[in-house]
Design a protein. Structure first.
Length: 227
């Protein structure tokens, strides 16, 4: 019908574009914010190695930030699963993933109870999260696809790729032994890997915050229904 009413179509499209597109100031502000957040990674590693002098250990500032960013991401997706019933299956799965990752990263503290103790709360978390997601399995696939259409999900997606693939390959000892030769120092390899992981966790947390602010892809779902 819109093809037969060009006047109405031409007047509505510019309004829709203005309501969707961000302002130039918002784009510049976010660019500056992301630059500052990314700069936090080398600053943190420098503080651990040059100022605190302990290197990137289990009790380093870098490791504590790993845990902090993961806790933020898990909490945000848990909150989303609680508030958005129509997305509960998908958001519960994401929250469960990040919660289990948090427990794995927090293993040094949990080892004070018993070595490898982290696996028990992780299994409980996995079981509870899987049960909730199964009961809400009808709200998994479409919400996931809608969320993956958003910019906020892109930050999470890139963070997960950096964490699970890039940090593992770029931080391998074989690579840095080849680069450094006889001067190889395992601490260099560890610092590179942990620093890359910190960047990944930062992007995941930032994407989680944006996801919450933008409704986890609810706008994409709304536009799809209008079509």
């Amino acid at each position: 019908m819109a093809d037969h009413n060009p006047g109405t179509s031409s007047s509505s499209k510019p309004t829709t574009a203005r309501s969707v597109l961000p302002s130039l100031g918002a784009v510049i502000a976010e660019f500056a914010l992301v630059c500052l957040l990314v700069a936090l990674v080398p600053v943190t590693v420098y503080l651990d190695t040059a100022v605190l002098g302990d290197g990137v250990s289990e009790d380093s500032l870098t490791e504590h930030l790993h845990n902090t960013f993961l806790a933020i991401a898990a909490a945000i997706f848990m909150l989303g699963a609680y508030k958005h019933v129509g997305m509960r299956g998908y958001l519960t799965l994401v929250a469960t993933l990040f919660a289990c990752m948090f427990l794995r990263e927090y293993d040094a503290a949990l080892d004070r109870i018993q070595h490898g103790f982290w696996i028990y709360p992780a299994l409980v978390t996995l079981a509870v999260g899987s049960f909730i997601a199964w009961r809400n399995r009808g709200t998994t696939l479409l919400p996931m696809l809608h969320h993956l259409q958003t910019r906020s999900a892109t930050f999470v997606y890139i963070g997960v790729v950096l964490l699970l693939f890039f940090s593992r390959t770029f931080g391998t000892g074989a690579l840095w032994e080849a680069v450094m030769g006889a001067a190889y120092d395992p601490q260099v390899k560890t610092t590179v890997q942990e620093g890359t992981e910190l960047l990944a966790y930062l992007l995941i947390a930032y994407g989680a915050v944006l996801s919450h602010l933008h409704g986890y892809g609810a706008q994409a779902a709304l536009q799809e229904r209008r079509l």
